[in-house]
Design a protein around this ligand. Structure first.
Ligand SMILES: [Zn+2]
Length: 203
């Protein structure tokens, strides 16, 4: 195989290898999606390409809660009907989707974009903790709900945050133990999440 055949990939293998880089998509699926698009109407491929581009061009982080959004502040932070005295702290934007799907939580959120992990070298400066603390300064927040994942990193992060926040005189709660250890919030079902929210306990 000469150098050119490795670098100058044809359109099919190029697209296949891009799909293969996505989470949960192995080489077989990557190939199947590529050939599906090859057979699909050109319009479908164009819409997909446009959606991919606008994802990067239009989506930014909310300057208040760090959620992904097309408008700043995001629709949740902008919504006057939400309870601004509660902030639910999650690791990833997808966790908000899971919690919103239950329909029972009416407070605001804060997205950390990760969790503390000494083994992977992720410290407090690497996730959105500074932004969170500055939100807590105005005295409007009465309860912080720690909804980080129930794995080691999530528990460590919850512990760290509770030690930072409790001295500010804000009530700190943790989602109830209905969530099995090791659960990633975004994959928890509605019933489990609803129970965990309703049964949250003071940390
Ligand atoms: Zn927001």
């Amino acid at each position: 195989m000469n150098q050119n055949s490795i670098t100058d990939k044809d359109a099919i293998s190029k697209l296949t290898s891009e799909f293969n880089k996505l989470p949960g998509i192995g080489p077989k699926s990557a190939q199947r999606i590529t050939f599906h698009l090859l057979r699909a109407p050109e319009e479908q491929a164009r819409l997909l390409a446009e959606a991919l581009l606008s994802l990067k061009q239009k989506i930014a982080l909310c300057s208040t809660c760090c959620n992904v959004t097309e408008s700043d502040p995001c629709p949740i932070c902008r919504n006057r009907e939400r309870n601004a005295s509660q902030i639910c702290i999650v690791e990833q934007p997808q966790d908000i989707l899971a919690l919103e799907h239950t329909g029972i939580y009416k407070g605001l959120y804060h997205v950390l974009h990760g969790a503390l992990s000494p083994t992977e070298g992720i410290g407090s400066e690497d996730i959105r903790i500074r932004e969170l603390l500055s939100r807590l300064q105005n005295g409007a927040v009465q309860e912080v709900i720690l909804a980080t994942n129930t794995n080691l990193e999530g528990e460590q992060t919850a512990m760290y945050l509770s030690q930072l926040i409790a001295p500010l005189g804000i009530k700190v709660t943790r989602l109830a133990r209905g969530l099995p250890f090791g659960t990633e919030l975004e994959y928890a079902d509605d019933v489990t999440l609803t129970r965990a929210l309703e049964g949250r306990q003071e940390f």
